[in-house]
Design a protein around this ligand. Structure first.
Ligand SMILES: [Zn+2]
Length: 253
């Protein structure tokens, strides 16, 4: 039994095909899915999808750092309303993205506002960190103490594991751990204790080997789980059981 702890089922590449995507996920042993909001529209769509599949699909409400240039008060208030009214299992994805070119100061302001929202609602945080590890760590350690935190598609390598461990974070491992050039991801997995690991697809993005280049979908979380199990020297079944336990506890599902 597996959980895909991070997917974007509202994305048209998956939504157009929802029934078959969910069938294939079921056939691959993916019992639960967490579909992630990134703005006011995708968060509302995620809530709708979850409401159609109670007990199987859960959702989050978030404000993605790459979208901040578009976020005014109306959009942020709507995200907050959705967080209060649709029963999300976490606030996210939220964080910082220094790879894409959006306003860094505003990213930090929106990120901190979302951390406050999580605190208000006693919800965990799902963090997007792209090329912003130092600032993510600093803001989390200043503002998010005591909150549950998941580093989505953990990409900061083995050297940051200790710092994020100290914040109590879970580390969510995605497709890049299967890539030829994914050694840094595998080295991080070696270092992360089993009780802090979860797996995700981030579908439709980040498709694991051997499907790299195609659309990703939740069934492929099994390929990532197999690689993580191999790196950890465990059987797939044990790895699946432990990561599922960790994710269920985190999201309270
Ligand atoms: Zn995502």
């Amino acid at each position: 039994m597996l959980i895909d702890s991070h997917c974007h089922l509202d994305d048209e590449r998956l939504a157009a095909d929802e029934e078959f995507v969910l069938q294939r996920a079921g056939a691959a042993g993916v019992e639960y899915l967490v579909t992630i909001g990134t703005d006011e529209k995708t968060s509302a769509a995620a809530a709708k999808i979850a409401s159609r599949h109670p007990g199987r699909i859960f959702h989050t409400v978030g404000a993605h750092p790459s979208d901040v240039d578009r976020f005014g008060e109306a959009e942020l208030s709507e995200i907050e309303r959705l967080a209060h009214e649709t029963g999300p299992k976490a606030i996210g994805e939220v964080g910082l993205d220094y790879y894409h070119d959006s306003n860094r100061e505003k990213q930090a302001v929106v990120f901190e506002r979302m951390i406050n929202l999580a605190r208000q609602l006693s919800l965990p945080l799902v963090i997007h960190d792209r090329d912003a590890h130092e600032d993510i760590y600093r803001i989390l350690s200043e503002k998010a103490r005591g909150l549950k935190i998941m580093m989505h598609c953990y990409s900061a390598g083995p050297s940051f594991v200790d710092r994020f461990m100290e914040l109590g974070c879970l580390f969510s491992i995605a497709g890049p751990v299967t890539f030829k050039n994914g050694q840094d991801h595998r080295d991080a997995v070696v270092k992360i204790p089993l009780d802090r690991l979860v797996v995700e697809t981030d579908s439709p993005y980040l498709t694991p080997h051997p499907h790299r280049g195609e659309r990703n979908e939740p069934a492929y979380v099994k390929l990532t789980a197999e690689k993580v199990a191999e790196v950890k020297g465990l059987g797939l079944e044990e790895l699946a059981e432990r990561t599922t336990q960790n994710a269920r506890k985190f999201f309270a599902i």
